[in-house]
Design a protein around this ligand. Structure first.
Ligand SMILES: *Cc1c(COP(=O)(O)O)cnc(C)c1O
Length: 372
């Protein structure tokens, strides 16, 4: 059997019970329809549309293709305003569409694009805004919509971290023209690899579904240069099963997050984001920010210190996307343009959080952070 010394990693994928999954597999083998909008694919779209409280959702084989297809579906070109404080896929999707990313600094209170800095970055070539609900923290969606409406810009949210996140009982995925999700193994809800694109009307869902299937509108009509972004039956069935267990996992993570907050709030030089009322979080991440002067150790020193005790956090999101070779020559990638994003990126550690951690594990991590 697979065994090794216990390591506490940043997260653990939520795997549905194997014996339940086998039943689904047997059924798929019977049906002999294993991809292309099959039975389980349709079932998962229905189930997710209900669970996430969104009218239209299209499944994808990963979380990067929905970003790329959203830009195609909305015919976004030229320049897109986005955040450097994210996973690289956000900006790569622009690059793959021949679009120039324009980085705008983030709000240090939640890590999201600062809406007050968006207008100054708009040029005659700007066609859209691509914000990220980083760590599942909801963006200032109302303000961003107002800017989008004023300037005639599309809004596409990279909501890869925002599965199930609600503000005042409404899904954060309802905002903007579209929102994308990732169901990668490390995300709160996974289909091993997978993703989805949420849109607002049926005609657009059709367009998305054509685009993710090479552009085929029917047997003989190709309406656009589409791509292959389809999710298969095996992972769709896995997703249906996963959905039964995700609330339980979120509940455990909520407890973990509560212990972190309680135990770390008194530790000099360790900060975290405020827990705002009225938001249903998914507790995907627990980022802390290290003030080296006050803590007495740098972020990297703490990061390596924890590793000695087999505690493996991750420095999400460091380096900033704007620091990677593809993007660092852009004028908007200049350090002076992104001071808040740099400060977060240089001080962050995402602590381990998962449905498998118990109070003891979390208290041990907090003890190691407090006593260094
Ligand atoms: C995970 C992630 C993606 C990409 O999703 P994949 O499913 O890995 O392709 C995109 N954006 C953000 C912010 C992510 O965290």
């Amino acid at each position: 059997m697979y065994q090794e010394q216990k390591k506490t990693t940043v997260t653990v994928p939520l795997l549905p019970p194997l014996e339940e999954f086998v039943k689904y597999l047997e059924d798929i083998w019977q049906r002999k329809w294993i991809t292309n909008n099959g039975h389980y694919h349709q079932e998962l779209e229905k189930a997710l549309s209900e669970y996430l409280k969104v009218p239209y959702i299209s499944l994808f084989t990963n979380g990067t293709l929905p970003l790329m297809v959203a830009l195609q579906a909305l015919r976004v070109t030229g320049e897109v305003i986005t955040t450097p404080y994210s996973f690289v896929a956000t900006t790569h999707s622009l690059w793959w569409n021949g679009i120039k990313p324009v980085f705008v600094d983030v709000d240090p209170r939640d890590g999201n694009i600062d809406p007050e800095k968006i207008e100054a970055a708009i040029t005659s070539n700007t066609t859209a805004i691509m914000p990220v609900h980083v760590y599942g923290n909801p963006c200032d969606t109302a303000r961003i919509q107002q800017i989008g409406d004023t300037y005639g810009l599309k809004v596409i949210y990279d909501a890869a971290h925002a599965f199930g996140v609600e503000v005042g009982n409404a899904s954060v995925l309802q905002w903007g023209d579209m929102s994308t999700l990732s169901f990668h193994a490390t995300k709160i809800f996974n289909t091993i690899e997978g993703g989805a694109l949420v849109c607002r009307d049926e005609a657009m869902k059709h367009r998305i579904d054509y685009l993710k299937n090479f552009g085929f509108a029917d047997e003989t009509t190709v309406i656009a240069p589409g791509i292959n972004g389809k999710m298969d039956e095996v992972r769709s069935a896995y997703g249906l099963l996963e959905l039964k267990y995700v609330d339980q996992a979120i509940a455990v993570r909520k407890q973990v997050s509560g212990i972190y907050r309680e135990k770390l709030k008194g530790v000099e030089g360790i900060h975290f984001f405020e827990d705002y009322d009225g938001i249903r979080h998914n507790y995907s991440y627990f980022p802390i920010f290290v003030d080296a002067q006050r803590y007495g150790k740098s972020r990297d020193e703490l990061y390596h210190h924890l590793q000695q005790f087999h505690i493996f956090g991750r420095r999400y999101f460091y380096p900033l996307i704007s620091e990677f070779s593809t993007y660092r020559g852009l004028p908007s990638a200049a350090r002076e343009n992104l001071p808040n994003a740099h400060r977060l990126a240089e001080s962050v550690i995402c602590l381990p959080i998962s449905h498998e951690l118990d109070a003891c594990d979390v208290e041990h991590i907090c003890y190691r952070i407090a006593n260094h």
